[in-house]
Design a protein around this ligand. Structure first.
Ligand SMILES: Nc1ncnc2c1ncn2[C@@H]1O[C@H](COP(=O)(O)OP(=O)(O)OP(=O)(O)O)[C@@H](O)[C@H]1O
Ligand SMILES: [Mg+2]
Length: 509
């Protein structure tokens, strides 16, 4: 049942203003499974037009007129005004909603709450019949209404997931991936999917998210960590090697160059040939000239100290195994496999090591997918959890963000897409964030991040950003191209959950 909430009193070509009926304003009415507060910010309204259709709008601003415009209104009798953005037209005969407004309401038109069938038509308009759609969750005001996203845009043009710690990001990433790979009833109109997913699991949360009720992992899932993944150093160019070893001195580079040539047994230092990394140190030391007494020249040894220390550091720390040892299982092996669809990389390591891993992984993906022969192969989704830790804005390392930013800018063209999850959007590479066409934003309270979202994201309805501070766990604002409308939703339950629970400090006896 629709309630009259007010009347139109001002019309401009950008929005309408309505005067609320105070008898009913902010009263709860039941809708779907839950209660809905009349006149609430971000709720929909319906305005009957003379041609028996209805203009549908969203409340985006509200104020008391007596404080704002004393001349127009009687100050003793405060008037509540809402600004309405019109989003489309509902036709009750065909029960269809279409975006855009052909006819504007007139002054004094009555403004009603939307009925469930209108809202149903609004959200159904987001599903194009026979086109793929992914169910993401339910509207938070109208609990029965499912919210869908276009998976070809969600996974085809980069997605960002933001939110405070504990707001639900990892569960959202999990819920989306489960919707794609596990739950057949959430992915509609899809015969097959050509999507390989690599998850950078920097907190070891995801390894069991695809397990069945007996906790058995599916055979299309591959789990790896730094001990049995190969991101070989052979793929580094000579320039990248100097960056990694933080070595630019013209006194040292010739030593490094001749050692690499010797170990690769070629004059071309960029050629992709594997050698034992620990031997690099031996070759560099062997090249030091002898003094009169047949000892290695101390002066030369002195300026080679730094590079030798760096090589030692990489060889002695087993967390670098993936890069410097031949451990087998390359990213290419996974991408070429017919059986495996998802690769979870458990990489619980310090930020600088993670940054190196992500550099190598994104470079492998870039090189693989830009090869002509691989262009037509499955799309690749790279999930970057806790992205602020390794693709940060203040990365001083020249190498770090290079390939990730390349994938963010150009990946869409050759079928590589990013899902970037972070609690600190303002600290993640702006190049990456600004390329995300769709956003799922959980509760955010930090002003810097709120301002960043407001300023970086190109959406017309920035007023919704103000709602972010009051969202509950699992609730989110969805914005951008993958969604027909920006709306507040409760994300579908993640099951099994990722291992992301907050540890309890005090337990009950
Ligand atoms: N979609 C969901 N399904 C089920 N439970 C959820 C969902 N979203 C949030 N939760 C609940 O909220 C808790 C915290 O969510 P989650 O770990 O995803 O937060 P987070 O934003 O990733 O936090 P952090 O930044 O610390 O990693 C979960 O342990 C779970 O209990
Ligand atoms: Mg998390």
């Amino acid at each position: 049942m629709a309630f009259k909430i007010g009347e139109v009193y001002r019309i401009s070509n950008r929005y309408l203003e309505i005067i609320h009926n105070k008898d009913i304003f902010s009263k709860p009415v039941s809708s779907g499974n839950g209660l809905h507060i009349i006149g609430m910010l971000n709720s929909y309204v319906s305005i009957p037009l003379y041609n028996s259709q209805c203009a549908i709008g969203v409340i985006f601003e509200q104020f008391e007129a007596s404080k704002e415009r004393e001349i127009l209104f009687d100050p003793k009798n405060e008037t509540i005004i809402s600004k309405i953005r019109l989003i489309g037209t509902y036709n009750p005969i065909s029960n269809k909603f279409k975006r855009g407004i052909d006819y504007f309401p007139t002054l004094d038109s009555e403004v009603l709450t939307v009925e469930e069938k209108e809202l149903g038509a609004i959200y159904n308009s987001t599903i194009r019949p026979n086109e793929p759609s992914l169910e993401l969750g339910n509207d938070i005001y109208f609990n029965d209404l499912k919210i869908f996203a276009d998976p070809n845009i969600l996974f085809g043009k980069h997605l960002a997931v933001f939110g405070n710690t504990g707001s639900g990001k990892s569960c959202t990433v999990t819920s989306i991936l489960q919707g794609v790979y596990l739950e057949k009833n959430r992915l509609n109109n899809t015969k097959s999917k050509a999507l390989k997913t690599i998850i950078i699991d920097s907190n070891e949360e995801y390894s069991e998210i695809f397990n069945d009720s007996d906790n058995i992992k599916p055979d299309w899932l591959l789990l790896k960590d730094f001990s049995d993944l190969e991101l070989s150093h052979k793929d580094l160019s000579f320039y990248e090697l100097t960056q990694l070893l933080k070595e630019e001195s013209p006194n040292v580079i010739p030593y490094l160059k001749s050692a690499v040539k010797k170990l690769k047994k070629t004059e071309n230092v960029d050629e992709k040939i594997y050698y034992e990394f620990s031997e690099l140190q031996i070759e560099i030391e062997n090249a030091v000239p002898l003094d009169n007494r047949g000892n290695r020249d101390n002066f030369t040894i002195g300026f080679l100290k730094h590079i030798i220390m760096r090589i030692n550091h990489f060889c002695s720390d087993q967390r670098f195994n993936a890069v410097f040892n031949k451990t087998g299982n390359t990213i290419e092996d996974f991408l070429n496999s017919d059986k495996e669809q998802v690769l979870i990389l458990s990489l619980k390591v310090a930020n600088d090591i993670l940054a190196l891993f992500v550099y190598m992984i994104s470079k492998s993906i870039f090189n693989y997918k830009t090869k002509y022969a691989n262009r037509e192969k499955d799309n690749i989704l790279l999930v970057l959890e806790e992205a602020h830790r390794y693709i940060s804005t203040d990365s001083t390392d020249q190498m770090n963000n290079y390939y990730i930013e390349k994938l963010a800018r150009e990946g869409r063209k050759f079928g590589v897409n990013l899902m970037v999850s972070t609690q600190r959007p303002s600290e993640v590479s702006h190049t990456v964030i600004s390329q995300c066409n769709s956003l799922i934003v959980h509760k955010i309270t930090n002003n810097r991040d709120l301002d960043f979202i407001r300023n970086t994201i190109e959406y017309d309805d920035k007023s919704q950003i103000d709602l972010l501070t009051s969202l509950k766990q699992q609730q989110a604002l969805v914005l951008g191209e993958a969604f027909a409308f920006s709306s507040l939703i409760k994300i579908a339950e993640a099951k099994p959950l990722p291992h992301s629970e907050t540890p309890r400090i005090f337990k009950k006896e």
